[in-house]
Design a protein around this ligand. Structure first.
Ligand SMILES: Cc1ncc(COP(=O)(O)O)c(C=O)c1O
Length: 317
């Protein structure tokens, strides 16, 4: 599969500190470029190469008005010379800061849709572009799909190489899990490499049952396409929904205090929707399960614009 690299890899792995007698390391996928980076960069490097191979001229994707995936799709596609169009879910209040502000800097074309009409709006928008003579390429929300999964299979291989260079062996990888694509890729890497590392996705929205189901489906689809005969056991997928709170973007006080604690300890910025929730979830999971004396890797998946978007939540504490 082709990849158009926007960065030099590997992204760094830094020692963060000790917690509950564990060594915590952080893989800095937030340091990727362009436009404030994040985990979507690795996925889009593959999707946009595929779009180029297919002679596409318009990149279309879907997301919420504060989607990190939409921000990076626009920034990366723009840099490669594609036209871009975002299909965004309507919401009563649109906050023009954060990711939305960044789409707007690019003067991105936006089509609004009700959440009950998403497939129809996508179909109509692509149909309209084709009628106008364009060759659009559609990327699923969040960079979901086999290509997105493959991106984090490659990231897993990268981590294996870094372990050798650093002379460290990680027992756990923790990260924020949303569409489950990042986690599917990491699990695919683990299975292909016959590794017994624990990959723990801290859910930012879905319940455990739904989260595991989607990850299992992604893995089945991925291994079918890559013709690998690998058995997947759903109960081996570790998808923790204990820290979701009331749902997506529920920013409860422990997330705010975790973000403050981490920044004051290490100058590392986390966001309240994804990485702050996941970091808090990781610390609690280590404590509650009495996990000690292990090497733990937290993947910082980005999302920095959301920190600015939710600044008022920090003031109210
Ligand atoms: C900052 C950040 N972290 C993690 C995730 C979750 O990634 P995935 O959708 O692959 O589970 C996302 C997805 O939107 C994200 O923006």
């Amino acid at each position: 599969m082709n990849r158009i690299k926007f960065n030099t890899y590997p992204t760094p792995i830094e020692f963060y500190g000790e917690y509950n007698n564990n060594n915590i390391y952080i893989k800095r996928d937030d340091l990727t470029e362009p436009a404030l980076g994040g985990n979507k960069v690795r996925k889009l490097e593959l999707f946009l190469a595929d779009a180029k191979n297919k002679n596409a001229d318009y990149i279309v994707t879907y997301g919420a008005p504060q989607s990190n995936h939409c921000r990076l799709t626009v920034a990366m596609a723009h840099k490669m010379g594609f036209k871009t169009l975002l299909i965004l879910s309507e919401s009563k209040v649109v906050n023009y800061n954060g990711n939305f502000f960044i789409f707007d800097l690019f003067d991105t074309e936006i089509v609004w849709t009700g959440t009950d009409r998403v497939p129809k709006t996508i179909e109509n928008t692509l149909g309209e572009l084709k009628r106008k003579g364009f060759n659009p390429y559609f990327i699923q929300g969040g960079g979901h799909g086999n290509i997105g999964t493959h991106a984090y299979k490659l990231a897993f291989d990268e981590i294996k190489e870094q372990e050798q260079q650093m002379n460290v062996s990680f027992d756990y990888i923790f990260h924020a899990s949303g569409t489950g694509t990042t986690q599917s890729g990491l699990i695919a890497g683990k299975l292909i490499n016959n590794s017994n590392i624990n990959i723990v996705g801290i859910s930012v929205a879905r319940n455990e049952e739904r989260g595991k189901e989607v990850i299992e489906e992604s893995l089945v689809g991925y291994f079918e396409e890559y013709s690998k005969e690998i058995q997947i056991f759903k109960n081996e997928i570790i998808f923790i929904d204990d820290y979701v709170g009331k749902g997506y973007a529920d920013i409860y006080p422990e997330i705010i205090s975790t973000i403050k604690y981490v920044v004051r300890n290490s100058s590392l910025l986390l966001d309240p929707v994804y990485t702050g929730k996941a970091f808090y979830g990781m610390l609690k999971h280590l404590e509650n399960n009495e996990i000690k004396n292990r090497n733990i890797l937290f993947i910082h998946t980005g999302g920095i614009p959301l920190l600015f978007n939710y600044a008022s939540n920090f003031k109210e504490e």
